[in-house]
Design a binder for this molecule. Structure first.
Ligand code: ADP
Ligand code: MG
Length: 577
């Protein structure tokens, strides 16, 4: 349970503000996250890490010389937006290019991917290395689909040490890839975590049991087994890691024994003692091991063990000096010798891809934009009334944030559309502003996809001044296509597309049969509702829920469910058609 908070909604901001105050000599707050206070030397690579919040010391605690130059900090368990990643990277880069590194989650991939494009468009060479260390989340043959957990730290550390040494972007990228390929983690959960302000945990573990293969966003483990003694537990975890050994010749390993939030340090040390014995028995030598809370999941009771299989080029980097709030090694740099940035934030460049706002719109288009605001209003009311149930659906196999994420996104979209309309905008620009705001403020996979969907609808409706049936059907098709392009899912993967595609088909069918727009939308919404319910029998093949596919069977997909809810509400709102 999270006991210390003011407004649950400002938990992340309050925590970051406190962190930067407590480490004022090392960290600086920028819009979107934190950066190191001592600027990078000219020409150095900027390693920028990030992800959702709730994982401290990941990510903001790993900012400093020898590790990340900046951390992009999203909402709790929710990926930061592309605009945030762009702003943090712009604030910190020093001419040597940017390396983004973060755990492999769909939402992060989409948002950081877009930030990468924006940075490249500004002439800043940018690369990405995804962390995929969690062996429970996909088999070895599909290692690229694995999610990133405590191994984040290993990859960030190698990349940051190489960047500090002055390696080129090519080299830093190559070494980060090598580190990721040689890092493996397995974890165990004893109890789930509770989002700030929520009254129950995202998952529970049955009494006397433990859950092997946890995620770090409140995703439950892959399988529940009876609790084990510490020596047996170490044997189980190290055994799983050795079965997945990437390099049979390597004999030296960096070890991270990690607490997820509410396992006492003494317990971690007990685990460490037996992990050390297991490694010794396997003929492996530990190099500069770490034991403590290093990548957490709010107040989750759990522990994980990570091995980074070292070689001659990775070992010196693992041992190189580092100075960050949560990780220190070697002689501390004389900070007084390092030029310190001014107290004011570095100037931030706005993303060049920002949609134009408030163009002169025709009266008809302006009127259509007002309808969009009305529809967003009713959609938001519907989602607000279902935040809990959507969250509960998402916590079956995901991270439980779908309700709050959708509510946040819709709230931002509504505010942006309203402002646009008040400034004289038409339907195209209102939707584009709404989409950009949704994606920026909600983060997460659904935020990125809904944001892009609205933006592309805006692009289509830009040229048509009225909300006529054909234009709307084309806008829906464009939205579906942009979701497919960004998320790379297809029908049957158990995502929102399983409701969107039937909606689109029914809508087109109705319109070509001559039904009026209002009736067409209502009929299509009914098809979407049915299709969303039918996702219950599917197994997720993408997104956060994929590693827990079995648990998801029997429950409908959260994103498909919220889509059906929104279009049903819009279908009932006949005044617009
Ligand atoms: P996150 O997964 O980042 O926590 P949400 O919980 O808000 O984001 O949204 C989860 C929903 O997003 C899923 O139920 C699914 O409908 C949708 N989704 C996830 N991945 C994809 C994808 N690749 N393509 C389309 N939709 C996706
Ligand atoms: Mg989620």
């Amino acid at each position: 349970m999270t006991r210390i908070f003011a407004e649950p909604g400002s938990f992340v901001d309050d925590a970051l503000a406190g962190l930067v105050l407590a480490h004022a000599d090392e960290l600086q707050r920028v819009d979107g996250g934190v950066i190191r206070r001592a600027p990078l030397a000219e020409g150095r690579v900027a390693v920028v890490v990030g992800g959702g919040s709730g994982h401290y010391p990941a990510f903001a605690g790993y900012v400093g010389p020898g590790i990340a130059a900046g951390a992009v900090c999203g909402n709790i368990f929710s990926s930061p937006s592309a605009a945030q990643a762009f702003r943090v990277a712009s604030a910190v880069h020093a001419g040597g290019g940017v390396l983004f590194s973060y755990g492999n989650y769909a939402g992060d991939v989409i948002h950081f991917g877009k930030a990468e494009q924006l940075l490249r468009a500004e002439g800043i060479d940018t690369r990405t290395v995804l962390v995929t260390d969690d062996i429970a989340s996909a088999p070895a043959e599909e290692a690229a689909r694995r999610r990133g957990i405590a191994g984040d730290l290993c990859v960030f550390r190698i990349a940051g040490a190489a960047a500090e040494r002055g390696d080129t972007l090519d080299e830093v990228e190559r070494l980060a890839v090598a580190a990721n390929e040689r890092t493996r983690t397995i974890g165990v959960a004893f109890a789930g975590c509770t989002l700030p302000g929520a009254d129950r945990p995202l998952f529970t573990v049955p009494e006397g049991m433990m859950s092997i293969g946890l995620g770090i966003h409140g995703e439950p483990g892959i399988r529940d087994v009876p609790l084990q003694r510490a020596d047996e537990l170490a044997h189980t975890l190290v055994g799983l890691l050795l079965d997945d050994r990437p390099d049979t010749r390597a004999t030296r390993v960096a070890v991270v024994v990690n607490g997820l939030g509410t396992v006492k340090y003494e317990e971690l040390f007990v685990l460490f003692r037996f992990v050390a014995a297991e490694l010794d028995a396997a003929g492996l030598q530990m190099v500069a091991p770490l034991c403590g809370e290093l990548v957490t999941s709010l107040d989750m009771a759990g522990a994980s063990v990570t091995l980074l299989w070292l070689d001659d080029e990775l070992e010196p980097l693992w041992l190189a000096p580092v100075q960050s709030p949560a990780l220190r090694r070697g002689a501390p740099a004389q900070l007084s010798d390092v030029p310190v940035r001014g107290a004011e934030s570095a100037p931030l460049v706005a993303p060049s891809g920002d949609p134009p706002r408030n163009r002169e719109a025709s009266a008809q288009s302006h009127q259509a934009a007002a309808v969009v605001v009305r529809l967003l209003t009713v959609a938001r009311e519907a989602v607000d009334a279902n935040v809990e149930s959507l969250g509960a659906l998402d916590s079956v196999a995901g991270d439980g944030d779908h309700g709050v994420g959708m509510a946040r996104g819709l709230g931002a979209a509504l505010r942006a559309a309203r402002a646009d309309v008040e400034g004289g905008g038409g339907v195209g620009s209102a939707l584009e502003s709404a989409g950009a705001a949704w994606s920026d403020e909600a983060g997460g996979t659904s935020g990125a996809l809904w944001g892009a969907a609205l933006e592309s609808m805006g692009g289509v409706l830009e040229t048509s001044s009225a909300l006529d049936a054909t234009a709307i059907a084309d806008a829906v098709s464009a939205a579906r296509a942009s979701i497919e392009r960004l998320g790379k899912a297809t029908l049957g993967d158990k995502t929102m597309l399983d409701a969107i595609i039937p909606f689109e088909q029914a809508l087109r069918g109705q319109i070509s049969a001559g039904a009026d727009l209002g009736a067409s939308v209502s009929a299509a919404a009914a098809a979407a509702t049915e299709a969303a319910a039918a996702t219950a029998r599917l197994r997720p093949r993408l997104g956060r829920a994929r590693p827990l596919a079995e648990k998801s069977v029997g429950h409908p997909d959260p994103g498909a469910t919220s889509f059906a809810l929104i279009v049903s509400t819009i279908g009932e709102e006949q005044s617009w058609a």
